[in-house]
Design a protein around this ligand. Structure first.
Ligand SMILES: [Mg+2]
Length: 409
């Protein structure tokens, strides 16, 4: 089953996506997501200039061997660009293998462990009335777990808070990457945030009751001792998790947070290798693995990472906002169904324009996602539709403190 073509498709149906489309001599087509939000063309070049020439003529069935060939063969290992490129190849080869077998990918990964993957949605509001409306809207749409992000008095735009009120306009999800010449700059004040947040969770619990799983993302902005204090302050509100409390690369920080709070901890969306987790999982410092299949070397590498997490009592919480294409989302859903230590899946529905380009078959019913029983990943790429939406440069924001110091965004 020789690979005869591998094409890199860059398209912008509202936001940029990079897709690798691999074709075999017998006409099977496999797709892999290589989208790295804000740095998309670097991965497109890595693939087109350095990986595609190595794929032509290779046996598409050799998934593990191809992964090792690209990872070890590059000599320069890891990093988001390299691992997103390897992920795209790996996911496309799994798509082909499952199509050749006539099975949905999750069957090849061992079969379904559950009927669907519990999804959490992103609710947000600049103030409590707006936040409550947003939570209600998500509950009406079927979500059974909710991430809560809130504006902070005295601060302007805050990470995770949609700029339009719930129900206003034809899309309601948070789209921070903006097509501007330079990144938008925001101002941040951790003390104001820490004063405000526990009261917001108290109000949400009072309004929506004790059962609804609630999540929160700190987006790497706290010091270890600030995060420890927040985790402790949120304990009465029984969070499902506190995510990205501190910058993930400082692994010892999680040790300090863990010593002070029983609030479950999730981290890892900016990681790209199982080696980023050896301290965190080995010392049982986190409860949930937040990586994306798209940024972590694909289905092969994510399966190994989740098995490593399982040995250490941690569960999956795979990254899944709309900076992952529907191809990357589908890959996550097949793993969600097949691994025993599934926790929850992040889900922000893609726009109608995105779904014109990527024809999906996964479903969202009564709070649960299912990848569908179509052979392979269950996603098709419409090349004509993709060509109608050319690439547009877009940047994520940059954060500064009030005195101008650059801070984590
Ligand atoms: Mg996050």
């Amino acid at each position: 089953m020789r690979i005869t073509a591998a094409d890199v498709v860059v398209t912008c149906p509202g936001r940029n996506f990079v897709t690798l489309r691999v074709t075999t001599e017998d006409g099977l087509v496999g797709l892999g997501d290589a989208t790295l939000n804000g740095r998309e063309l670097a991965v497109a070049s890595y693939l087109a200039d350095h990986v595609v020439p190595l794929l032509l003529g290779r046996d598409a069935r050799a998934v593990e061997d191809t992964w090792q060939y690209l990872y070890r063969g590059a000599y320069w290992r890891r990093g988001p660009v390299t691992m997103a490129a390897i992920a795209a190849v790996d996911t496309a080869l799994w798509d082909i293998k499952a199509k050749a077998a006539g099975m949905p990918l999750y069957e090849l990964l061992g079969g379904a462990c559950r009927v669907g993957a519990l999804a959490y949605g992103h609710a947000s509001g600049r103030d409590l009335p707006e936040l409550f409306d947003s939570i209600r809207l998500h509950l009406e749409r079927g979500f059974r777990a909710i991430r809560v992000q809130t504006g902070v008095p005295g601060l302007g735009t805050v990470y995770g808070v949609a700029s339009s009120a719930a129900g206003g306009g034809d899309r309601y999800d948070y789209e921070p990457a903006r097509p501007t010449a330079l990144p938008v700059e925001e101002v941040w004040d951790t003390r104001a945030y820490l004063r405000h947040l526990p009261g917001v969770f108290e109000a949400v619990r009072h309004e929506f009751g004790p059962e609804l799983p609630l999540l929160h993302d700190g987006h790497h902005r706290m010091t270890p001792i600030e995060a420890a204090r927040l985790g402790k302050a949120l304990e009465p509100y029984d969070l499902f998790w506190l995510e990205d409390a501190t910058p993930g690369e400082d692994q010892a920080a999680l040790r300090l947070i863990r010593q002070h709070t029983t609030t479950p901890l999730a981290i890892g969306e900016v990681f790209n290798s199982v080696h980023d987790y050896t301290t965190l999982l080995g010392e049982r410092l986190i409860d949930y693995v937040r990586s994306a299949v798209t940024h972590t070397g694909g289905v092969t590498a994510m399966r190994k990472l989740l098995d490593y997490a399982a040995v250490h009592g941690a569960r999956s919480g795979l990254h899944g906002p709309t900076d992952i294409s529907p191809v990357g989302m589908a890959a996550a859903l097949h793993l969600d169904l097949a691994v025993h230590n599934f926790g929850i899946q992040e889900y922000m529905p893609h726009t109608a324009r995105t779904l014109e380009v990527f024809r999906t078959s996964y479903t969202f019913t009564a709070g649960l996602l299912h990848p569908s029983d179509a052979p392979g990943l269950g996603v098709e790429l419409d090349l004509d539709a993709a060509a109608r939406f050319p690439y547009r440069a877009a940047y994520l924001p940059v954060n500064r403190l009030a005195d101008g110091t650059v801070h984590d965004w």
